[in-house]
Design a protein around this ligand. Sequence first.
Ligand code: 2RA
Length: 340
Amino acid sequence: MGYRIAVAGATGNVGREMLNILAEREFPADEVVALASRNSLGTEVSYGDETLKTRDLDQFDFTGIDIALFAIGSGPTKTYAPKAARAGAVVIDNSSLYRYQPDIPLIVPEVNPDAVEQYRTHNIIANPNCSTAQMVVALKPLHDRARIRRVVVSTYQSVSGAGKEGMDELWLQTKGIYVPGQEKEPKKFTKQIAFNCIPHIDVFMEDGSTKEEWKMVVETKKIVDPKIKVTATCVRVPVFVGHSEAINIEFEEPLDADEAREILREAPGIMVIDKHEDGGYATPVECAGDFATFVSRIREDITVENGLAMWVVSDNLRKGAALNAVQIAELLGRRCLKKG
Ligand code: 2RA
């Protein structure tokens, strides 16, 4: 006997990946329902070898649904997540709406799986921001060994983080630079993204940081350890899929690069590609479509006591969103919602 699963936002980048990954990982589902807004009604979406027609989220009755994966943004989530939760579905939400609520678990299964038990408070579990998820997967095994004091991270985030519109803008703008008369003006992004880098993701905060940077700080503290100090600079780059991060870590205790590399090689969800030679490192083009979080360029940072630097790359639509959500569903099934 399997689970009845609903995917809300089934026509978006993340929703489509949720369906792909449910099928790829052969999640034990008796039924999968694809939900979308009324104007996408009847859109066909793939679920493995099957094709599902989207149903109207607004009219859908979640009664009998075991797990509802949400990827519809904070606004609509505010309306529909409580409705699904009240009907008895456990909501795994990819928006930022519930991430910072103390009594709602924010989970990366490789990092804080025990927090899944807290879903019972509201029948809701929050999925982290994509740039946070890949970072904490790499930080956690090192933190367990040498206690992290401070993290400095610079991100290089792909345009798919801004949805299909972000991808379309990069494509059209890039073409526009070569083909006269094509649309080149920025729309989704504040400045030209083709052949450019934009140090601005989400809104600006009072202190001059952006909300994307604030999310990395707050979410890392909630998922890994509130004592860890984090400072982030989040940059949008002209890459379609795959977020990259240059991470500098200061530990409480000594940890050399060789030991760190061995720890990471053994850590769940991580693939170490780290050779001091041409091509001996991961890049977004290679990580797209993969489940792993790739770690490269592991080296001591001698400018601080107990310092280490590394390069972390992962598919932002997968580990950064859809895969992590499906892994939470798998964890929920194993620990809390046993079937048959
Ligand atoms: C981005 N992390 O990359 C944000 C939301 N997915 O745009």
